[in-house]
Design a protein around this ligand. Structure first.
Ligand SMILES: CC(C)(C)CCc1c(C(=O)O)[nH]c(=O)[nH]c1=O
Length: 314
């Protein structure tokens, strides 16, 4: 069996990569991802200027009893767009594809970053984070369909119809899957969607301290890990069914070959890991690769195409 695949006509040794935001904020982390057995890698969503992000504790792993996961309210800490643009210029694309994630604080900031990238000669793949903040008091872009439409219209024309993708927040209503997909399908140059970002504004409470466990936003933060797997699978499959011309990247609740297999069965071409990578480090790619291969062998699948998107219904 083989894990080899292609994405936007680029060859990948395997479908596994990091989720934006995890192990990808500074050069040392990016170099560790390059050295790892991931098939691809993505940078931390960046803003035009560097940001320190929120006060700590801003990330906590939810260990102890089952199920397992994380909560975060990092606040977009990053080195600023020029840092990641420079990294795209020195990345070794023969080793593996690189995605660059942007999350501008304003539409103009997003357009400025897109404008710099459009002339870039590197094959870095742009993933726009639609959980990026909108006008304060309004819902995030991914939940403000008019603003999302406007952003995509401006960005796709600004990017000269070059292929790009979007990182989507989770949706929980069929009408929202329909509406979001209808907008995305109007932009053929949006070649992929990454589902899902963390489930927003969860609240974890510690019974011993009778307190929240992260400092920012009164403890409200994005949820990752086991808790989000069924929602992640639903979003992957919903957009796989609705956007036949686009590729879907699965993200959410992947910590072993088992969940990676489920995401691919649901329609994911590539699979990202966040929480599990944060806790285990880049060695996780070696483990999950072996686990996925073993599952494929047990089931008699030669390659990913043998089961990609082949989820059965009853
Ligand atoms: C939530 C935002 C800060 C607006 C975007 C960056 C981001 C963060 C973050 O930097 O807090 N955490 C996530 O789990 N997903 C994200 O997309």
């Amino acid at each position: 069996s083989s894990l080899a695949t292609t994405f936007l006509d680029l060859p990948l040794a395997n479908p596994l990569m990091n989720a934006s935001g995890v192990w990808c904020s500074v050069a040392s982390q990016l170099e560790a991802l390059l050295e790892s057995e991931s098939g691809a890698m993505v940078t931390k969503s960046c803003t035009l200027d560097p940001r320190n992000g929120n006060p700590e504790p801003r990330y906590r792993v939810l260990d102890g009893n089952k199920p397992w996961g994380s909560i975060n309210s990092m606040g977009l800490p990053n080195e600023g767009f020029p840092y990641y643009l420079r990294y795209t210029e020195r990345h070794d694309y023969e080793t593996k594809p690189l995605f660059i994630s942007i999350s501008g604080l304003t539409l103009d900031d997003n357009l400025a970053m897109v404008d710099s990238l459009k002339d870039a000669v590197t094959p870095a793949i742009l993933e726009i984070n639609l959980s990026c903040p909108n006008v304060p008091g309004k819902a995030q872009l991914g939940y403000d369909f008019d603003a999302m439409d406007t952003l995509l219209a401006e960005v796709t024309s600004g990017y000269g119809q070059r292929q790009l993708g979007v990182k989507l927040p989770p949706y929980f209503d069929i009408a929202h899957f329909d509406e979001a997909a209808a907008i995305l399908n109007r932009y053929p140059s949006v070649a992929f969607v990454t589902c899902i970002n963390s489930i927003g504004n969860a609240l974890v409470i510690d019974i011993n301290t009778e307190s929240v466990i992260i400092k920012p936003k009164d403890g409200f933060g994005g949820l990752g890990g086991d808790y989000v797997l069924p929602t992640a699978l639903a979003n992957v499959n919903a957009f796989y069914r609705r956007c036949p011309e686009k590729a879907v990247i699965g993200c959410g609740g992947v910590k072993s070959g088992h969940e990676a297999f489920l995401h691919i069965l649901a329609g994911a071409t590539l699979v990202q890991m966040g929480t599990a990578l944060y806790e285990e480090g880049p060695g996780i790619f070696t483990r999950v690769k072996a686990e996925l291969l073993e599952i494929m062998k047990q089931k008699g699948y030669e390659n990913l195409a043998d089961f990609h998107g082949k989820l059965k219904t009853l």
